[in-house]
Design a protein around this ligand. Structure first.
Ligand code: NAP
Ligand code: MG
Length: 492
């Protein structure tokens, strides 16, 4: 694959990216490093510090000190608004650099990464409005008492995030933590540490005081585990697999820290016979193949009403076959590689499982080895899938769709809910009543009607069932990043 030009800022940054702790760029206490791999080539891009227990300790100490000294929470709310807004502006001003960095680190097409960086700027802009809108209340009790509440930050937060949307996930943790006056230690995924480090630097540039945002790069079982069980961390916001979410919950037991979990999904995408087929086809395709299928809300189970099944499938296969797979740094690329060798083997392993379960590979089904040593997997559609097959029940986290035929609305809702997950769902129909009936019937934290994949900082996001608990974004994050104190004053 041809080597696309890197921007000078990107080349310079990857010379020696370091952790951001207490306002300084630092190496690990142990001086150990680990490799960052470019998924499009399989080659080493650079090294980053391998933070572990000792580094988490230092970072939590820095965040604690910043919190106790009220370096951030003690600022005038209007000042915090100004800093958060500036941070959003800085992200937007550096979109090309950040998008390219994200692209080489994660393999996602640069055009898509640019959109994500814009969205990250929007997340900070949205949250910049919050510091001035956090209120307590007064409560009538006894005439001789004055009772009021204070809404206060939780304290030191830990953010543990996955590799699929590295910078967006970092923003989803850092922005609300800051908006509501907390300090934070962020542990990005080992596969994608680069934009998180850049975000830590941009926070300082925007005027976030030292120690308020700390970024520790490292492995989940070392740095992640240490953060989740640290006795001086007050809250953990985790996004990742259901399996690791369980570990984080266990690790939180020691000091009963607050935990919010955004976990996996196996989201249904339901196409009814009265849908606009052109929109449903495009929407379903993007819903499952965006980011090489490495999306927690991906509509991986495509439920299609019997009467339109064959026509819909043939349109979906045509659209899928026309997707442009290739070098993420080229503008026209629609789909890049998956994140790692391990993930590629997992995805192709699931494709084999699907075949052996009796489902039919209608398109794709192989590694795209013509693209070199990168971790490319063809966009793959299985037809003839039953909902009890493993490929319909287990999260694959790759470009693999399972088409399941359903008879009517009731069967569609029943099949949609026959899963341990409940993150999201999409429904395609031109019947308003049907759309609302299905939206109400589905057990998931988000339902899209005649659209798929939308998120916005003002709309809360999270899971039902084993897709997690707690809500991020929107006004619900006020609840998850603050706590209230009732104050009783005797007037006698
Ligand atoms: P993961 O293995 O669960 O990792 C998520 C984060 O947790 C990473 O930073 C990871 O570090 C860390 N971690 C691993 N073991 C840990 C431990 N014992 N204690 C504390 N932290 C630990 O998930 P992934 O492989 O990065 O991403 C794929 C999965 O994430 C999929 O199943 C997907 O559904 C889920 N996901 C969910 C959402 C959502 O919003 N619901 C969003 C994105 C992804 P390492 O990188 O070193 O392993
Ligand atoms: Mg992992």
């Amino acid at each position: 694959m041809p080597q696309a030009e890197l921007l000078p800022e990107v080349t310079k940054f990857i010379e020696s990216p370091k952790m951001v702790i207490g306002g300084k760029s630092v190496d690990a206490v142990s001086r150990d490093m680990f490799d960052v791999i470019d998924p499009a080539t399989g080659r080493v891009l650079c090294e980053v510090p391998r933070g572990g227990v000792a580094d988490i300790d230092v970072a939590v100490g820095a965040a604690r000190q910043a919190h106790e000294e009220r370096r951030w929470a003690g600022l005038r709310p209007g000042k915090r608004t100004e800093v958060l807004y500036k941070l959003g502006e800085l992200v937007k001003r550096n979109i090309s650099e950040l998008a390219q960095l994200e692209s080489i680190d994660s393999g996602k097409p640069v055009s898509i990464a640019s959109g994500e960086m814009w969205a990250v700027g929007e997340v900070f802009r949205y949250y910049s409005g919050w510091p001035t809108k956090v209120f307590g209340e007064t409560t009538p009790t006894d005439d001789n008492m004055f009772v009021y509440s204070l809404r206060e930050p939780i304290g030191v937060c830990g953010g543990i995030i996955p590799w699929n949307f590295p910078m967006i996930m970092a923003a989803w943790k850092v922005a609300p933590a800051l908006a509501f006056g907390n300090t934070i230690v962020l542990k990005p995924a080992e596969q994608t540490p680069l934009t998180a480090i850049r975000l830590g630097e941009l926070c300082l540039e925007a005027g976030v005081p030292e120690g308020v945002v700390n970024v520790v790069t490292g492995f989940g079982q070392e740095a992640g585990q240490a953060l989740a069980q640290h006795p001086d961390v007050d809250k953990i916001a985790f996004t990742g697999s259901t399996e690791v979410g369980r570990k984080v919950l266990h690790a939180s037991e020691g000091n009963l820290k607050r935990v919010t979990l955004e976990l996996g999904g196996k989201s249904p995408n339901i196409v009814f016979s009265d849908a606009n087929m052109k929109r449903a086809t495009r929407g379903s395709m993007h819903g499952v193949f965006l980011n090489s299928g490495q999306v927690c809300t991906a509509g991986t189970r495509i439920l299609v009403e019997k009467s339109v099944h064959d026509d819909f499938v043939s349109a979906l296969l045509d659209a899928t076959a026309s997707m442009k797979l290739g070098n993420p740094l080229e503008e026209e690329t629609q789909m890049g590689p998956v994140i790692s060798q391990e993930q590629m083997e997992r995805v192709t392993g699931y494709i084999e499982i699907g075949r052996s379960e009796g489902a039919e590979v209608a398109v794709g089904g192989e590694r795209a080895s013509e693209l070199g040593d990168g971790y490319f997997v063809q966009p793959t559609v299985f037809t003839g899938v039953r909902n009890d097959m493993r490929i319909a029940q287990e999260e694959i986290f790759g470009p693999v769709a399972a088409v399941i035929e359903v008879a009517d609305v009731d069967e569609a809702i029943a099949v949609a809910n026959d899963t341990i997950y409940g993150l999201a769902a999409a429904v395609w129909t031109s019947d308003v009543s049907k759309a609302h009936k299905v939206a109400r019937g589905i057990k998931a934290g988000t339902v899209w009607v005649n659209t798929a994949g939308n998120v916005d900082p003002s709309v809360s996001f999270g899971g039902y069932k084993q897709s997690g608990f707690g809500r991020e974004l929107g006004r619900h994050s006020l609840e998850t990043y603050t706590q209230t104190k009732s104050v009783w004053v005797n007037l006698r």
